[in-house]
Ligand binder design. Structure first.
Ligand SMILES: [Zn+2]
Ligand SMILES: [Zn+2]
Length: 333
């Protein structure tokens, strides 16, 4: 099969993804083989490719937002039949036995595997996944539209939940890429007022089109105190600015897997019971709940598609803020 793989982490400007022929994977016990129709491009992929996350498998096929169909089932995989439409996301596997898994916090599992990071991902024509960790895709979404729901959507949704934002509240979104452009649609559905802070004027424009009441630069101060905020941009220098925008008792959720160093904080920015918390991975329950809500609203993703073989171009565009909404690879060209 065709796949884009990384042999050694390198800056995306050097186009490190190699479009190559590799053996088609075979589903083992409990696994299914999925024919990938579309795979979303996530900032985490950029962190894997550029080595901001330590290399865990080499070579690695990145990608963890797969929309596709079941091609074949391995032994002991009986729940899904060939032809079923499925989504494959970041959480490839958990051990199911550690204290976190037993407490219902499988997103913090001590022994996890992650799609497109510790096991091969979806920048390919086929992928294997555990039947128990794939999602049924809601009707009404074409594969390319559905792909960004599987990480940008699910993680954005968990960020919304952990930010504690309530209906009618005021929410700040810092960085307005794939995750924020989905999260704002859920927030608006909950009648939340959204304030978008992002450096790219095109992204500010998209935020306003999607119903933000205010859009400004990343370090600009929104006109009113916020009940909660989420930082999706991987830039630690935003943390003090976002804290400054929060009301007393407000929560700041950090949505990324990697962030540049956070500068020293004046305690007064945190005092008065403001909370800063990170968001790590997601549970399968988050995924199922989000996909149900996404279909109900319904969410409309804005996408820019690229052929699989042009994954380097898609990731360079992502790094340069040139994607409006989400980038998606078409893996069937
Ligand atoms: Zn576990
Ligand atoms: Zn992701």
């Amino acid at each position: 099969m065709k796949a884009c793989l990384v042999r050694a982490p390198a800056k995306i400007e050097t186009n490190p993804l190699e479009y190559a022929d590799v053996p088609r994977p075979r589903p083992g016990p409990g696994e299914i083989l999925v024919r990938v129709n579309a795979c979303g491009v996530c900032r985490t992929d950029l962190h894997v490719i550029e080595g901001e996350l330590p290399s865990r498998k080499s070579p690695i096929i990145p990608g963890h937002q797969v929309a596709g169909v079941v091609e074949a089932c391995g032994e002991k995989a009986h729940r899904l039949a060939p032809g079923a439409r499925v989504g494959v996301a970041w959480l490839h596997r958990t051990d199911g036995t550690c204290s976190y898994c037993r407490a219902g916090a499988e997103n913090l599992c001590d022994n996890p595997a992650f799609t497109g990071y510790t096991v091969d991902g979806g920048y390919a024509e086929y992928i294997v996944a555990l039947e128990d960790f794939v999602y049924a895709l809601p009707e009404g979404f074409a594969d390319e539209q559905a792909a960004p729901l599987l990480c940008a959507g699910i993680i954005g949704f968990r960020c919304l939940r952990l930010s504690g934002i309530q209906p009618g509240g005021r929410l700040g979104l810092y960085g307005f890429g794939a995750a924020a452009h989905v999260a704002i649609q859920v927030a608006r559905h909950w009648n939340v007022e959204v304030f978008a802070a992002t450096r790219d004027v095109r992204h500010q424009q998209l935020a306003l089109e999607l119903g933000a009441v205010w859009a400004g630069g990343t370090l600009a101060t929104p006109p009113m105190p916020l009940d909660a905020a989420i930082i999706f941009a991987p830039a630690g220098e935003i943390v003090p600015a976002a804290l400054k925008a929060l009301r007393k008792g407000g929560t700041l959720a950090l949505g990324g897997i990697h962030m540049s160093p956070i500068p020293p904080l004046d305690y007064e920015l945190l005092y008065e019971e403001r909370v800063v918390r990170s968001v790590a991975n997601n549970t399968r329950e988050d995924g199922r709940e989000f996909l149900r809500i996404a279909a109900e609203i319904p969410i409309r993703t804005h996408i820019q598609t690229y052929p699989l073989r042009e994954a380097n171009r898609a990731l360079n565009a992502l790094k340069n803020d040139a994607i409006r909404g989400a980038a998606v690879l078409n893996c069937r060209d």
